[in-house]
Structure formats: C-alpha cells, structure tokens
Design a protein around this ligand. Sequence first.
Ligand code: ZN
Length: 343
Amino acid sequence: MKVVYNEAQKRHYPKNFVSSGVVTQNPEMPERADRLFASALEAGLQHEVTVDQGLAGISAVHAPEYIEFLMGAHERWSHRKGASPEVIPNVHPGRNAPGYPRSVDGQAGYHMADTACPISAETWDAVKLSASTAVQATAHVLAGEPSVYALCRPPGHHAFADMAGGFCYVNNSGVAAQALRAVHDRVAILDVDLHHGNGTQGMFYHRPDVMTVSLHCDPARFYPFFWGHEGERGEGAGLGYNMNLPLARHSADDAFLAALDRGIDRIRAYAPGGLVVALGLDAYEGDPFGGLSVTTDGFARIAEKIAALRLPTVIVQEGGYLCDDLGRNLASFLTGFGAKHKV
Ligand SMILES: [Zn+2]
C-alpha cells in the first residue's frame, strides 16, 4: 500500500486552543504527522510525495467565498493594527443572522465554527497540500490500486462546505469521496474518528450519491455537541443516506465493533463502488481527549471488518493526538486492513 504525504503539511502549526475557557497549546501539532508517517513506513507502506493538485478537488465540495476566505484571511487580518499572529474569530453569527459580512473579523466568525482552527501565514499552503494528498491517493485508487493511505494533516472531517471547525479547514474525506464519484455512482464514507464527522455529514446531507456513516462518542456531552445524534438521517433526496452511531462515553472494543457491524451492514446494502475511511485514531483508550476506550488491537479488528467490504478504499487520516501509542495504533489498523483486504 502507498502512503501519500508531503512534509510541508507540517508547516501549519496552530497555537491557539481554548478548553474549558483556558487558552492552551493547540493539540493538532505537526509531531502527529511525524509519528504517523514513521509508523506507516514501519508497517511497510511505500511513500509517494504529494504534489500540489490545484484547487479543483477543493472547489468541488467547498463554497467559493469560503475558499477565498481561507486563502486571503491571514493577509487581510495581519493588516489590522495590533492583530494577533493567527486569525481567531471573536464574533459568531448565531442562529438568526441573515447577512454575509465584508470585514475579515466578521467573515472569521461566519466561516469558523469555533476557535480551534486558527489561521496563520502557513495554514493555507498546508491545508491545500493536505487536500492534494487526498486527491492524489484517490487517483491511485481510481486507477486500480485496491487501497491507499492518505496522510492528510491538517485533518478535515469537521469542515463543512463553508465553515472550518475542530482543527479542520478543508474536508479531505469529502474531497476524496467526490473524486471517487467521477467513476462510481455511489460512494460511502465511513468515519471511525472519536468525534462525529459533522462537516462531512453537512456536506452530503441532501445527497443520495454519497452515504455518510459515523461512529463516535455521544455528542450530547461531547464535541461537536450540535450534530451526530441518531435521528439525523439526511434530508430531501439524502434522507436515509446519513447514519450516526453514537456510543456511550468510554465504550470499548466490543461496543465499538458491534456498532461498526451495523454501519457496515448499511454500507453493504447501499452497494457503493468505492469507500473512504475517515480514520481517526482518537477513539483510543489512551488518547488525550479521553472519549472512548478502543485498544491498539481493537484498531486491527476495526480494520479487518472494513476490509471485508472488499471495496476500493481511500484511507484518509483524521484525528488522533499525541500519546505513546499513536503510531502503534495506525500500524495496527494498516496491518489489520492489509491482511484482509481484497477487491
Ligand atoms: Zn477526532
């Protein structure tokens, strides 16, 4: 299996994060990518360097004004007297705001769901390269490779068509799914990250051609709070093509695997031509977010079940934060997947 990745994705190094009202170091650190990359190589994957794939893949799933905002926000922001080094919103539109603001601070509130996705001078280039990683990996799968691992960083599944959030700017899994649609009539995204893939859900909520299935810690008391409940099933033509499988806090392997069986059954019945796995590793019992209690061996078992779908698969990196076993958990998933996957 190939691992697609470019070390320049590490240049994005967000500083700001607010947790329980305390400003602290943002946990989406470049070292995550170092550990994941080293582990992918140790697991026997072959490295292919990401080259810039342009804007087409991003534009296919994101709004033009949002892309323009991401590209230009930092420069516009830094012209303001006394501006912070990172774009961080301090206003939010709330539920009833009708207008689109012209100023960069208004647009920051409009386009950013929270303060966890600051924009520095280096952010856009890294975000674009991370999306290029997804595009390049998907091209290999479309050309006949059974599976490719896209080491996307920064991650993407909290990014909506016009809104960043939770360390995410461009929705790499959505980019990959849309690219698969060039060949396949139906595509599924299976999100096993600790957090609900709210951006991905929002992106495809009205569409029957991309099924979205997410397993995650119950959002009633966990980020992203406002999305990820079982009753959200899609709308309009998309009704029935979104499936949420929230799990009780600290659920371990058996509960996770039982929910995964339900998600996989639904995907099998949908009979997609291709699959995107939104691979977060933060459901791990030792992850600093402490939401679920999946073990290192559990990731191999999750991977084996997904591999049994026998679909052309793009594995897109999402969350998973610094802890001793981050690399081992990726290796466990990739090894489990590779051992069972045939198309
Ligand atoms: Zn996550």
